[in-house]
Design a protein around this ligand. Structure first.
Ligand SMILES: Nc1ncnc2c1ncn2[C@@H]1O[C@H](COP(=O)(O)OP(=O)(O)OP(=O)(O)O)[C@@H](O)[C@H]1O
Ligand SMILES: [Mg+2]
Length: 317
């Protein structure tokens, strides 16, 4: 069956995707998601959230249990090979032959996908140049640095000219310089028109690169939307206030801020960053509430992530 490539369709559409592994683990519990053509999209989530399962399904490494996957309108189950041809995958682990040369790795990969030799060689040159690896084309891959090896993985995935590039934790465990370097490469690829989806533990990475994101936890999407909207939502400061004595039954209302009692002598306060703290203290004082001490809650994406997943973002370490 020929893929129905439809330029109006989302680059990726998941409908109620479910995956139960043979051992009974429910890795995905009904995930629905749309990624627009041209988007740079992050799938964020803690260990075991289901990110690799989701990506494995989309790239046909894992069979889905229920639900639907469409790539540019082409159904993964009904038109598997045609759909797969639209996708380039960069797995987390380096999995090329270290005793092959970058040029050969790329040409052979394209050959495997049916790209004619001459065309494959032309593409290999183009991709190696884009990855700033042209001067390494004829060296043993083993001798490349960690960052170069990762760029080679991306170059290889680009050999089939995918419309959707999917990367599973492309920068896990690499140092910040390599990470920045890869961000640049990915931004160039995205600017040239390829839709990109990546999974990451690194909140900073999602913030730097992605226009839209979904946060996944325990096999469900817990938050989804534009990065900017999410960050705006987070443009609040959170404090915990320790109160002298007992809180009154009725808390004062403070315009623009949110106040909640955690227990009889602790208040949870969320307020816009720009708001004057004195207003809060005045209102509290007026209601007979005396603040003994206050602490900030952690902030921004970190905070949201923790709030949504109940999981410290410490995997990033
Ligand atoms: N082949 C498998 N067989 C059985 N269970 C699996 C298999 N692969 C993953 N799981 C389970 O499915 C759940 C989701 O795993 P998955 O690898 O998709 O998470 P992840 O979000 O990629 O995590 P990480 O950030 O650690 O890579 C986990 O509970 C995991 O143990
Ligand atoms: Mg994973």
């Amino acid at each position: 069956m020929v893929a129905q490539i439809d330029t109006d369709s989302p680059a990726l559409r998941l409908r109620d995707l479910r995956k139960t592994y043979d051992n009974g683990v429910q890795a995905l519990k009904g995930v629905s998601l749309e990624v627009a053509p041209g988007d740079f999209f992050a799938l964020l989530g803690p260990n075991g959230a289901g990110k690799s399962t989701l990506i494995g399904i989309v790239s046909s490494l894992v069979n889905l249990s229920e639900g639907q996957v469409q790539v540019f309108g082409s159904d993964l189950v009904a038109a598997r090979s045609a759909t797969m041809r639209l996708i380039g995958l960069v797995p987390q682990e380096i999995n090329f032959n270290l005793f092959e040369k970058p040029f050969d790795i790329l040409v052979n990969y394209a050959g495997f996908y049916g790209v004619p030799r001459a065309e494959a060689e032309a593409r290999a040159e183009e991709e190696l140049k884009r990855a700033h690896l042209w001067n390494k084309a004829q060296m043993m891959s083993r001798t490349l640095s960690g960052g170069m090896k990762r760029r080679l993985m991306i170059a290889r995935a680009m050999m089939t000219r995918p419309r959707l590039l999917i990367l599973d934790e492309p920068t896990a465990g690499v140092d910040i310089e390599i990470r920045r370097d890869m961000w640049k490469t990915l931004q160039e690829i995205n600017a040239a028109g390829t839709t990109i989806i990546l999974t990451t533990h690194y909140l900073e990475e999602a913030e730097q690169l992605c226009r839209n994101l979904a946060i996944i936890n325990h096999g469900r999407i817990v938050e989804q939307g534009p990065m900017r909207t999410l960050l705006a939502k987070l443009d609040v400061e959170g404090f915990l206030l320790d109160i002298d004595g007992e809180l009154p039954a009725q808390l004062p209302r403070i315009e623009g801020a949110q106040l909640a009692a955690i227990d009889s002598h602790t208040l949870d306060l969320d307020m816009p960053r720009a708001m004057d703290l004195n207003r809060v203290f005045d209102a509290l004082g007026g209601a007979g509430i005396r603040v003994r001490s206050m602490r900030t809650k952690s902030n921004r994406l970190e905070e949201l992530f923790v709030r949504l997943t109940g999981n410290l973002a410490q995997e990033a370490a």
